[in-house]
Design a protein around this ligand. Structure first.
Ligand code: NIG
Ligand code: FE
Length: 413
């Protein structure tokens, strides 16, 4: 078993010695425990121990001197659509010229545009481009990632995406969870037969996905341009029958009851929340559902940002994720999400780091093993370049300040 010792760490961030910091709600999010002038010992794929330099052990180990540099647990990006085909910069220009994201979707662009491209792309080509994106986000410090289907919209193409995710799991040390989002849009062929598509999803896609064990969660895009609340509930219930818990896209543009429907079915998370009303906040307060915010999406489509302060002040657990996808967020860079969270949503650096690590892990039910530096946890962490303080990370928004990334105890080339 390989042993690695990182010593002289300027600050070891998000350390934990208790089992109480597994999901942080409201005020708890402002506390970020760190250890200055520290060491970290890795054995095999797990964290063996850590402490401050006065107690640094002398062990036979590959040793890294981290003088001036900090160590963070890797980001847990709990919401992405990383497996997609091609790009949509044409729509980007359409929006510059005045069309809205929803207008483009209504014209048959948007998700349907990506679905057509994906159907025309071979599994090999899809895997190749997805793997390139995955390697890029790992370089930016992501060590746990959720990836959704949803650009297939036929039995064959939804399976193509989920099988691609299965291949990615074999190709990388990054930890991946898969979500079935067949209910991302109504495909063109079912434009006048919504019930027909939902039937296909429930009676053909879901059983095959379950047989092959291809998904951990079920997602629905609950929105005026996509699926109604009643349809959302129908699809969540079908997913639950196969053991897929819900993580739901809702409240991106409209408050329609998607949060209430998700909470009723004990959703692990509700994601987006650019718009959210008092009743919905109350509903979340009575639940364990995590509010996952995706600020790169409103940044890119020029929309308003989720009310993060209001959610935190209501005592809710908030997670941050990228939403990496070709339409609303062609970026999987978590450090930019942190900058947006601080600049546009007035989260403090401590809150943003908690939201991107331990709460992101909790949004994937992986908080026991990921999201903080604790003895026995998986050794997923990154070493920064020399930085003056924790706040420098979201402050220097254009720089890549991550020097080395370790996944499951191994340095990523
Ligand atoms: O989370 N809102 C729904 N789905 C994606 C974007 C889909 C697309 O435009 O391709 C999102 O923003
Ligand atoms: Fe999304």
């Amino acid at each position: 078993m390989s042993t690695t010792l990182i010593k002289n760490i300027k600050e070891l961030v998000q350390v934990t010695t208790t089992d109480n910091r597994l999901v942080l709600r409201g005020k708890e999010m402002s506390e970020l425990p760190t250890l200055q002038n520290a060491w970290l010992l890795i054995e095999g794929e797990r964290i063996k121990d850590f402490g401050s330099m006065e107690t640094c052990p002398s062990v036979e180990a590959a040793t890294i001197d981290a003088t001036g540099r900090m160590v963070f647990p890797t980001w847990c990006d709990s919401h992405t659509h990383l497996v997609f085909a091609g790009s949509r910069e044409g729509e980007f220009v359409d929006r510059i010229n005045g069309l809205s994201y929803e207008e483009i979707a209504r014209r048959g662009g948007g998700i349907l545009n990506s679905a057509q491209r994906l159907q025309d792309t071979s599994p090999e080509a899809l895997l190749e481009q997805s793997y390139e994106r995955l390697k890029e986000v790992i370089r930016y410090g992501t060590g746990v990632i959720e990836i959704k289907s949803g650009y297939g919209l036929t039995v064959e193409s939804e399976l193509k995406i989920l099988r691609t995710i299965r291949e990615l799991k074999k190709m990388s040390n990054v930890t991946i969870k898969a979500t079935f989002l067949g209910a991302h849009a109504i495909p063109k062929a079912y434009k006048d037969n919504r019930a027909g598509y939902i039937n296909l999803l429930i009676h053909e896609m879901l059983p095959q996905i379950a047989i092959e064990g291809l998904a951990d969660y079920i997602d629905v895009f609950c929105e005026k341009v996509a699926f109604s609340v009643a349809e959302t509930e129908q699809i969540i219930e079908a997913g639950l029958k196969y053991g897929l818990k819900p993580k739901i896209h809702t409240n991106q543009f409209n408050c329609m009851g998607g949060i209430q429907a998700s909470v009723k079915h004990r959703a692990i998370s509700v994601d987006h929340l650019e718009v959210v009303n008092e009743d919905e906040i109350k509903c979340l307060q009575d639940s364990n559902t995590i509010a996952t915010l995706l600020p790169s999406a409103p940044f890119f489509i020029n929309d308003h940002y989720p009310p993060a302060r209001q959610l935190i002040e209501a005592g809710l657990p908030v997670a941050l994720a990228t939403d990496f996808n070709p339409g609303s967020t062609p970026s999987g860079r978590m450090s930019f999400v942190l900058s947006l969270a601080c600049i546009k949503m007035r989260m403090t650096p401590e809150e943003a780091i908690n939201a991107a690590t331990i709460n992101g892990a909790a949004a994937l039910e992986l908080q026991q093993n990921y999201g903080s530096i604790g003895i026995g946890k998986i050794a997923n962490f990154f070493i920064t370049k020399e930085i003056p303080s924790i706040g420098y990370l979201p402050y220097a928004f254009g720089s890549n300040l991550i020097d080395q990334v370790f996944l499951k105890g191994k340095l990523v080339d």
